[in-house]
Design a protein around this ligand. Sequence first.
Ligand SMILES: *[C@@H]1O[C@H](CO)[C@@H](O)[C@H](O)[C@H]1NC(C)=O
Ligand SMILES: *[C@@H]1O[C@H](CO)[C@@H](O)[C@H](O)[C@H]1NC(C)=O
Ligand SMILES: *[C@@H]1O[C@H](CO)[C@@H](O)[C@H](O)[C@H]1NC(C)=O
Length: 265
Amino acid sequence: MTILSTTLGTVFYLLQVVSGESGYAENGDLEDAEPDDNSLLFSFSCYSQLEVDGPLHSLTCAFDDPDINSTNLKFEICHSLVGTDCLNLNKLQDIYFIKTKKFLLIGDSDICVKLGEKNLICQKVDIVTIVKPEAPFDIEVIYREEANDFVVTFNTSHLQKKYVNQLMHDIAYRQEKDEKDWMHVNSSNTKLTLLQRKLQPDAMYEIKVRSIPYSEYFQGFWSEWSPSSHFRTPEINRAGLSLWYGPVFLIIRRLWSNCVRNQKR
Ligand SMILES: *[C@@H]1O[C@H](CO)[C@@H](O)[C@H](O)[C@H]1NC(C)=O
Ligand SMILES: *[C@@H]1O[C@H](CO)[C@@H](O)[C@H](O)[C@H]1NC(C)=O
Ligand SMILES: *[C@@H]1O[C@H](CO)[C@@H](O)[C@H](O)[C@H]1NC(C)=O
């Protein structure tokens, strides 16, 4: 959720609860609420998923502070809806969620945290700019000996969608034994190649992919990562070195590849 909080874009607070000190209240139900505190206390982040279940879209919101006591708090979205003014989100443990066909997908909505009938805090949100794609899946890596490369393919449910079907994918891979430095490649395609010479020979790699909307209209956040896939690189990365197959050279080759690995560290 912290990713969301940093990128919500043009968000502002619509304070309908006015402090008693100002001597003025909008709708008479004046309490000793403090708006300045509310914006910190009840700050929240939301993301949308379009056509997540057939024609249904979803909206998911959560408080930025996971320890907040949300027992009596509700979320409501109003405006830019089809056939209704407002909709309530359902509470599912720590998150608030709705699946609906009623998002107009044009213009701003107001998402408010409510205590009873009172709005504690609101954000103006354009549903199409807070889209979090579904995670890609089925990532596969196939070695092409003739081309000295690896063909990486994966699938995404967004290929079948009408709205959010242009994505940028972040393909991340790393050698399994040094579990820190992920290498990244961007691709707007679900197929790409990795050159063999850029990878260590005879090594196990882990690879995964995530997606972000990549169009002028639909914008938002990174998806979750796909499940990881694993692949092994062949022992030699140069063609025609048949000598390397000889038994005498087995030991030399081991030493040599260890040496290369150590140098690359
Ligand atoms: C949360 O607030 C409700 C009512 O406001 C209260 O009944 C409940 O005990 C609180 N829970 C915790 C864990 O503080
Ligand atoms: C991608 O996944 C969808 C199901 O979500 C499936 O219908 C389709 O055949 C898959 N495409 C490929 C290339 O595997
Ligand atoms: C990859 O694409 C993302 C999303 O468009 C962008 O933020 C990032 O800078 C790109 N990275 C590279 C290395 O091009």
